[in-house]
Design a protein around this ligand. Structure first.
Ligand SMILES: C[S@@+](CC[C@H](N)C(=O)[O-])C[C@H]1O[C@@H](n2cnc3c(N)ncnc32)[C@H](O)[C@@H]1O
Length: 460
């Protein structure tokens, strides 16, 4: 049986992991940490957490320090993860990066920071080869995958995969870039491997492994979700330092730089969002390929300016109303189809308007299109994570389409953020109730949604 973690020991370990790797452990991860520590105490022969931490701090403690990091980090990854981002890379980000480097006669450098077992940098290399094959004069290319886990890097170095990661890969890419071995595993082809190198690197304690302004694209996905906001803030500022002018930063679909950094502009790239190093806005746009649907020209919007009213897309309303106000006015009169249309028109011009995504989602929800409302509401909360009313509507939409597992955290986020939303904004949702009642309702619905998703908690 796992030894329980005493509160003081839990605190010691939390502080140690925060300081040495930026990793945050809340109450929800306490039991998991207890089981890892129990195992590490036994394996290292240390009698208690205090002595174990002393051992880790000792100059000879390097091996155990690494074993602990290997055990506490979460290495979940797979090829072609987050399809909208993969399409954004394929259609716009990588063509932009490769074209600029080719025009300047230099090598392209891509950093996959927190690359886990290697699928992300290999996916990037496959996409870069795809883009390069369509160019008459492609640049030299280099992808550097770094991670703090040596166990993950070992798998990456072997470049042999099987199971779920292959099932989730694009089938065409599997055929083209991987070789099926006699034992049923798949090995990445040399053509791809040649572009990729791996290195051990701690994003929190080590300086970036690149010179200033030398990287074209940083991909750091599903890593900062384990960090505090302050740790993410200093990490992102280091990314900013190594990024070339107009370089790209791709975080995970749920990792927003809202209130973290305004050194980047946010761009909607197809169905994904990406950040761009602000300051130098000059760049070459790749020529559209015959038969290729050219993505709409991206629009720069400083993250801090996301809430600014967008410029007029077309004269849809009396001149005194801005387009977003016109959409709101239509919504307020119950003309939900028109409100959705007006909000969609705003988004054509300002694809990072959280208010427009919210109105679009709310209008669709009110028309009974629960499934259609999910994506705009997800975007609204991505762009403005403190929009409690958007979290609430997203939770409602997710519940309505039976996605209770995702609805639970959305209800919880609503309960946390609703008290900070101006009362006028949530008035429509309150329906005569007090705000505190709505917050309590969200908590209850979160528990119910959790129960609905987990048969064990229902006693099944
Ligand atoms: C969930 S995986 C994400 C892998 C990949 N980026 C993806 O999105 O599929 C998170 C990775 O971040 C790494 N990581 C966590 N803390 C780190 C740190 N301080 N420095 C470097 N890597 C870290 C973990 O070891 C793990 O491999």
């Amino acid at each position: 049986m796992t030894r329980p973690l005493a509160p003081a020991d839990f605190e010691l370990l939390r502080e140690y992991l925060r300081r040495t790797a930026g990793l945050e452990f809340d109450e929800g991860r306490r039991a998991g940490l207890a089981s890892i520590i129990d195992e590490r105490l036994t394996a290292s022969g240390q009698p208690d957490v205090g002595r174990y931490i002393e051992r880790l701090a000792h100059p000879d403690g390097g091996v155990e320090r690494q074993r602990l990091l290997d055990a506490v980090t979460i290495q979940e990854t797979h090829f072609h993860r987050a399809r909208p981002q993969i399409e954004a890379l394929r259609r716009q980000i990588l063509p932009d990066v490769l074209t600029r480097a080719a025009n300047q006669g230099r090598e392209v450098v891509v950093w996959s920071a927190g690359c886990s077992t290697g699928e992300e940098p290999f996916t990037l290399a496959m996409l870069m080869l795809e883009v390069a094959h369509r160019m008459s004069n492609p640049p030299k290319m280099r992808v550097v995958g770094t991670d703090v886990s040596t166990a993950a890097l070992q798998v990456a170095g072997a470049a042999t995969y099987s199971g779920r990661t292959i099932d989730l890969a694009e089938p065409d890419a599997v055929d083209r870039w991987l070789v099926r071995e006699a034992d049923g595993t798949y090995t990445v082809k040399d053509e791809v491997r040649r572009l990729v190198e791996f290195a051990h690197h701690n994003l929190v304690t080590d300086p970036p492994p690149f010179a200033l302004r030398s990287v074209d694209l940083v991909v750091c996905r599903h890593v900062s979700i384990y960090f505090s906001r302050d740790t993410t803030r200093s990490l992102v500022s280091r990314f900013r330092d190594v990024l070339a002018p107009s370089g790209w930063l791709l975080m995970g679909p749920a990792e927003s730089l809202w209130q973290v950094s305004d050194a980047f502009s946010l761009e909607a790239v197809g169905e994904a969002f990406a950040y761009r190093s602000a300051g130098d806005f000059s760049r070459a746009r790749p020529p559209a390929k015959p038969g290729q649907t050219s993505p709409p020209p991206p629009r720069r919007a400083p993250v801090a300016a996301v809430k600014a009213p967008p410029p007029a897309p077309r004269p849809v309303a009396p001149a005194r109303l801005s387009p977003i106000e016109a959409a709101q006015a239509a919504f307020d009169t119950g003309a939900y189809a028109q409100a959705a249309e007006l909000a969609a028109a705003v988004l054509l011009v300002d694809p990072v308007s959280s208010a427009a995504y919210l109105l679009l989602g709310h209008s669709l929800l009110n028309q009974g299109d629960n499934g259609g409302a999910v994506e705009p509401l997800q975007r609204a909360v991505f762009l403005d994570p403190l929009a409690g009313h958007a979290h609430f509507l997203l939770a409602v939409a997710l519940s309505a389409v039976g996605r209770s597992k995702q609805a639970a955290p959305a209800y919880r986020a609503a309960a946390t953020t609703l008290p900070g939303v101006p009362p006028e904004t949530v008035r429509r949702m309150l329906d005569g109730r007090r705000l505190q009642e709505l917050v309590q309702l969200c908590r209850r619905l979160a528990d119910e949604a959790d129960g609905g998703a987990d048969p064990i908690r229902r006693g099944a």
